[in-house]
Write a protein that binds this ligand. Structure first.
Ligand SMILES: [Zn+2]
Ligand SMILES: [Zn+2]
Length: 367
């Protein structure tokens, strides 16, 4: 095998194109070539496809991938946790690598804000060899210094891909809020990030968790993931009634912690009101720039709110996610989010299913 297929984003808002690229004849030291087993379609891929983030084309999308090692470059003998790596091992990896040496990496310990940071499936053009820098392809090239994790045999591929980048994003975000045992929590949104935030909050010791969102099939999933109460946006249509409902469920005070996982600016205004006085508010859903909103900062001062932001995730969050998923498959059935599988030839259908909210998660499984 000297070439392999990839589905390529060549023009925004246009169908992805099936292309063949040459596989690398040789690997540089420390690199790996892996064969895609399953590639998740993330909501961010839809935004990328529509041109809502500044990326260079052509691009192979896909940053939630599980694959098997096909070839190992010289010197790459262990994964990030020190386990030995060999051909055929099932692995996952962090989609982005930070430099480790700059002001943000080394001094301020905010490696997700490293200026050198680039992510597979987002930040690499595919017209230069070795081409394979995204999940929507039969193979994936992993640069030296990629944080690779050998997956435990008792962790199904569906669990990790179903949880996707949403779980590691949520672990990072919730960690910043420092949810305390028995805190009342509101989760705004019940897409993948909302469900993941719910799971992380629950496992972090949260008391009552209220999930606000829709459509109905997603709220059903939220209940399955342990939501104590759900508020359906299709039923409770005005913000005032939703605030009343939240207050009623929290002894009249509002939530200790509110986790915004929506990505619509108006949700921010509403979420600040859901917080009790002295509460905490995490703004997690605005990975894309969705625009501005009128907001009265007096709310933050008067309520003495702590407001947090969180961007993407670090390697330690993927390490934690793997262990978390392995232990909690029954409690938090992320594998059930993988609702439709597509061959690589139907990458457009897979992307469309996510864009139309038809599925919790569609995935690509190369034949
Ligand atoms: Zn993502
Ligand atoms: Zn750096």
């Amino acid at each position: 095998m000297t070439t392999a297929k990839a589905s390529v984003l060549e023009q925004f808002n246009q169908p992805l194109q099936l292309r063949e690229f040459a596989l690398p004849a040789q690997l540089e030291p420390g690199a790996a070539l892996v064969r895609t087993e399953m590639a998740g379609i993330c909501g961010t891929d839809v935004h990328l496809w529509k041109g809502q983030l500044p990326v260079a084309l052509p691009l192979i999308l896909g940053h939630e991938t599980v694959a098997r090692i096909e070839r190992l470059g010289a010197g790459l003998e262990r994964d990030w946790t020190g386990q030995p790596l060999k051909i055929g091992d099932r692995v996952a990896w962090n989609s982005a690598v930070s430099c480790g040496q700059c002001y943000y990496c080394a001094e301020k310990r905010q490696p997700t804000r490293c200026p050198q940071r680039r992510a597979y499936g987002i930040g690499y053009r595919c017209d230069q060899p070795p081409h394979f820098f995204g999940g929507y392809a039969e193979f994936h090239y992993l640069w030296p210094r990629t944080h690779i994790f050998r997956l435990p045999d008792d962790l199904p591929t569906e669990s990790l891909v179903g949880a996707g980048c949403a779980l590691i994003t949520a672990i990072h975000g919730v960690e910043r809020t420092g949810i305390a045992w028995r805190d009342n929590v509101v989760v705004q949104g019940c897409g993948p990030v909302g469900l993941a935030a719910l799971a992380v909050a629950k496992s972090a010791g949260a008391g009552k968790v209220i999930v606000i969102g829709g459509p109905k099939h997603r709220l059903e999933l939220a209940k399955k993931f342990g939501a104590d109460h759900v508020i359906d946006l299709d039923e409770v249509r005005d913000a005032k009634s939703r605030l009343e409902a939240v207050r009623q469920l929290t002894g009249g005070y509002g939530a200790d912690v509110v986790l915004e996982c929506v990505g619509i600016p108006a949700a921010f205004v509403e979420g600040a009101e859901f917080c009790r006085d002295g509460g905490k508010y995490l703004v997690l859903g605005h990975y894309c720039d969705a625009g501005t909103v009128a907001f009265n900062p007096h709310v933050i001062t008067r309520k003495q709110l702590q407001v947090f932001g969180s961007w993407s995730s670090e390697p330690r969050h993927l390490r934690a996610a793997i262990e978390f998923l392995r232990r909690t498959q029954k409690e938090f059935p992320f594998h059930e989010l993988v609702s439709r599988r597509y061959p690589i030839e139907q990458a457009n259908e897979a992307l469309q299913a996510m864009a139309n909210w038809q599925v919790a998660k569609s995935v690509i499984v190369p034949a």
